[in-house]
Design a protein around this ligand. Structure first.
Ligand code: MN
Ligand code: MN
Length: 305
């Protein structure tokens, strides 16, 4: 069993991720380039002495998660709807993951409130030993009370060093599969209610701008440029997710796109496709990273403690 306090690197990662999230929230304005916002947030994290733990995600309206601007595509903040800013900071591989939603108009404020309130409700009841089922139930109750649906196939997760999605899943609804699992001391977990006025499910799109090294090389032979890209990925990001935008010094856009797609097809890289709400409902999200000590649970990405 670990000690009482979260590791100092995690505390530092949490402090930086929280500041980057709040900084990013202020950059969201209709007409702004998503690429500019993401790059500002990523550079802010670097300037604070951490590494972006994954590319800044900026997912708009029915896009629920895993969108970051690609080498060629970009988006612009629309006049209305909901923008999710999801950021991560890593210090020596200790990762903090946090997100906020911005309502661009009054009509979408209740959806954003529901995600925020669901996370607040968890923060009020969370304690060591709690069933993951009860976390999901708390989230679902608040979201339904506010007239929306949780997104059932998006969930929180445990975090290990250099691993953003470790073994455990923290459901956003009363999932019987999570009945036996509990918050054990020493765990770092991200809890992230996703709320929608759509079907309550996400589906994968074909667009992929986020990848991660799988931790071992494939048996299939690699071309020399694939070798070069893969060794750069390992050296720069280890197993943390990255985006082709972070490799523009290694090869030109065409080469990067085809080589990275090939590395994913050969099993060297894990791909994170963009996730969209199945009924094209609008999605809001709120997220904090928590550290489970023996006697209490710390919120490492909150700015009020
Ligand atoms: Mn996140
Ligand atoms: Mn997360």
């Amino acid at each position: 069993m670990r000690g009482e306090e979260p590791p100092r690197q995690l505390v530092e990662a949490g402090r930086i991720a929280a500041m980057a999230r709040d900084y990013g929230e202020r950059l969201v304005k209709p007409g702004e380039s998503c690429r500019r916002i993401c790059e500002e947030i990523e550079n802010y994290i670097r300037s604070m002495g951490a590494q972006p733990a994954f590319p800044c995600n900026i997912s708009i309206n029915e896009v629920a998660a895993h969108y970051t601007p690609g080498l060629r595509d970009d988006c612009v903040i629309p006049e209305s709807g909901v923008v999710k800013i999801d950021v991560g900071a890593a210090v020596e591989g200790y990762i903090a993951d946090t997100a906020v939603s911005v309502a661009l108009d009054d009509k979408h404020r209740p959806l954003v409130e529901a995600a925020f309130e669901a996370l607040q409700a968890v923060m009020r009841v969370i304690k060591p030993g709690m069933r993951l089922y009860d976390i999901g139930k708390t989230i679902e109750l608040i979201i339904k009370k506010m007239g929306f649906k949780p997104v059932r196939n998006l969930s929180g997760h445990s975090i290990d060093r250099y691993t953003i999605h470790a073994g455990l899943t923290i459901p956003n609804y009363a999932d019987r599969a999570a009945w036996l699992r509990r918050l054990s001391p020493g765990l770092t977990v991200a809890i992230e209610p996703f709320v929608t006025n759509g079907r309550g499910l996400v589906v994968e799109q074909r667009i992929v701008n986020i990848y991660a090294y799988r931790g071992k090389n494939p048996r299939t032979p690699l071309t020399s440029i694939e070798e070069k890209i893969l060794s750069t990925v390992k050296e720069r990001f280890k197993t943390l997710p990255f985006t082709p935008r972070w490799l523009v010094d290694v090869a030109d856009a065409d080469t990067l796109e085809s080589s990275i797609a090939s590395l994913a097809a050969k099993g060297a890289l894990h791909a994170y496709p963009v996730l969209v709400e199945a009924g094209r409902g609008i999605v809001a999200q709120a997220e904090h990273t928590f550290y489970v000590a023996r006697d209490r649970v710390y919120v490492v990405t909150s700015r009020e403690q």
